[in-house]
Ligand binder design. Structure first.
Ligand SMILES: [Zn+2]
Ligand SMILES: [Zn+2]
Length: 579
């Protein structure tokens, strides 16, 4: 990953610039994100003067990408298509599919199609960005179709780790394109909304030009398993826990929440959602009928201290050890309402996303120090993936039987493995499948003569910083202009590995940051004082936790520079060295 705050246009041969668009009678499909990397899924389909965009996701940065909160795909290609971009079509409401929508909607005027739950999750993001979406969000249901210029899009129900997900069957002038979105085949869906295997089979029988399919779990054998699989593991946890039960999961895992709520009802515990995003999503899911909580069972986070521990279930954010999220704060006794003690159990009901292992391990140590027990997916089946394993992906291939196959949604090794599997599935059948192993930016052309990767569109990552001041989130696109205007402040801080105390004085270095005349020395001296005070008032646990401390320093320094330099927002990078 490139930590530079400017788009890192991937260097490949034949990067096309300037004029984009397919040659006459050609369908052009360009994956703009999500191929060869995890997250920020986005794909453009163009025919003559019409471009539609499928999904617009974000990617979360590595912990070492200080000062960056979100990463979205470079939008050069879409900007070059200008007024030809006619619609955005969403498969489901995960961040890696809708998180970038607020940045894509201003690029065109047309509608955004998605299922009701997907759009409901999108709305607060648009509000936060002050985007006027009044008439632009168009709810669709499975088996409905919409027509956008030469494209007719049918929505097909799939199952995944959240409700209301669809695949797309897009009729184009050269043939049918199927895009699976994210899926697994859950045959006991919690909301009774079954995977529409029938429709995939019918479409396969009609003939499919190309299949774009999720590759996430291609290297796992067998079937993923239904969401219901976690019930037994959790039942054991509920039975054996005598104190408070705290379960950390992804804020979009509505099915997981439903299972937990049902168990809490059975074991007579009240439920509190701890953390802004999880509380908001639970509210949306309840409003739309995707999460049912018996009346009187849900309590506010501020009510938690009023109940005996054995009567409480907390469902929290922070399963990845994110410093600002609920669980890591609870784990160092820094949460207003939720404290941990002996007899309490904390369950990590999520996979650890690569790169977060250290932060998760630290959070687990903090929890253990509080005397609480920890249950992880390695110990009990308290998490199940939302992506289909190899057998499910094979089933999709044999149902759809495409002429061309393009693996998507995964790192390169997974795309390549999916390609191998596809050839094996189709080997010996009368239908030949041709695999196009594409990466981000590949210009895939389909016409009467066939299909090919015909070039490379500019792609890359745009790094975004969400400025956090208390509870208010304000977002700043950190592009070149921004950096040029406000510059960078680096705070080098050496602390003792054992005590967490400051070693020497913090060093503040600025680049491209314009200081008012005669103010420079005093400003940086005061910034150093801010750092020293911030460390002095932190607890030993905070001080020895690099992730937490870096985040704290970042917030404080950013606030300081904003106040002292008439609202400018330099990129603030605290660098914590343990000595
Ligand atoms: Zn998903
Ligand atoms: Zn996804």
């Amino acid at each position: 990953m490139n930590p530079s705050p400017v788009p890192d246009s991937t260097q490949r041969a034949e990067v096309r610039t300037g004029d984009f668009g397919p040659p006459p009678a050609t369908l052009e499909v360009v994956p703009l994100g999500g191929l060869g990397e995890f997250g920020m899924n986005m794909m453009a389909l163009s025919w003559e003067d019409t471009t539609i965009v499928v999904d617009a996701g974000v990617m979360f940065p590595d912990p070492d990408q200080l000062g960056v909160d979100l990463i979205i795909p470079d939008s050069t290609y879409l900007e070059a298509r200008g007024g030809k971009v006619k619609a955005l079509v969403l498969t489901h409401g995960h961040e890696d599919h809708i998180g970038g929508v607020p940045h894509v909607m201003p690029l065109f005027d047309g509608p955004v199609y998605g299922t009701p739950f997907t759009l409901a999750l999108l709305e607060p993001k648009l509000e936060e960005h002050e985007i006027d979406f009044a008439d632009r969000l168009k709810p669709v249901r499975p088996r409905e179709t919409v027509t956008i210029g030469p494209f007719t899009i049918e929505f097909i129900r799939v199952t995944h780790s959240m409700p209301d997900c669809v695949a797309l069957a897009i009729t184009t002038p050269v043939g049918l394109i199927v895009h699976t979105g994210d899926f697994k085949i859950d045959q006991t869906p919690i909301d009774g909304q079954h995977f529409d295997l029938h429709r995939f089979a019918e479409i396969g029988a009609q003939g499919v030009l190309a299949l774009f399919a999720d590759s996430t779990n291609i290297d796992r054998p067998g079937f993923t398993g239904p969401e219901l699989d976690v019930i037994d593991g959790f039942e054991e946890v509920f039975t054996s826990t005598h104190g408070k039960l705290v379960v950390a999961t992804f804020s979009s895992s509505i099915y997981r929440m439903q299972i937990l709520v049902d168990l809490a009802a059975q074991f007579e515990r009240k439920v509190a959602f701890i953390g802004r995003s999880i509380d908001k999503n639970a509210e949306i899911a309840q409003r739309l009928g995707f999460l049912r909580i018996p009346s009187g069972m849900q309590i506010r986070d501020s009510d938690v201290p009023n109940y005996a521990s054995q009567d409480i279930l907390c469902i929290t954010t922070g399963s990845q050890g994110e410093p600002q999220a609920a669980l890591p704060r609870i784990s160092i006794d820094d949460h207003r309402y939720v404290k941990l003690g002996e007899d309490d159990t904390v369950v990590l009901s999520a996979r650890s996303i690569p790169g977060n292992e250290k932060a998760i391990a630290r959070t687990m140590s903090h929890i253990t120090r509080r005397g609480a027990d920890i249950v992880t997916p390695a110990m009990k089946r308290v998490h199940v993936s939302g992506h289909g394993n190899a057998e499910e992906l094979k089933l999709m291939l044999s149902l759809v039987r495409p002429r061309y196959f393009v693996p998507v949604h995964g790192e390169y090794r997974q795309l390549a493995q999916h390609a191998r599997v596809a050839r094996r599935v189709m080997a010996g059948s009368d239908r030949r499948v041709e695999v196009l192993l594409a990466e981000d930016g590949a210009i895939i052309q389909f016409d009467r003569a066939g299909a090919r990767i015909a070039g490379q569109a500019p792609t890359g990552r745009v790094l975004i910083d969400v400025t956090r001041v208390g509870e208010v989130g304000e977002e700043v696109l950190r592009d070149r202009r921004h950096l040029a205007a406000d510059g960078v402040i680096v705070a080098m801080v050496a602390i003792s590995r054992h005590t967490g105390t400051l070693v020497g004085e913090p060093e503040i270095v600025a680049r491209g940051f314009v200081v008012n005349e005669g103010e420079g020395d005093a400003l940086f001296k005061d910034a150093a004082i801010v750092v020293m005070e911030c460390i002095a008032i932190a607890s030993v646990e905070e001080r020895t936790d690099q992730g937490l401390m870096t985040e704290k320093l970042r917030v404080e320094l950013r606030r300081f520079f904003k106040k002292r330099s008439s609202g400018r927002r330099p990129l603030v990078l605290p660098v914590l060295m343990e000595i």
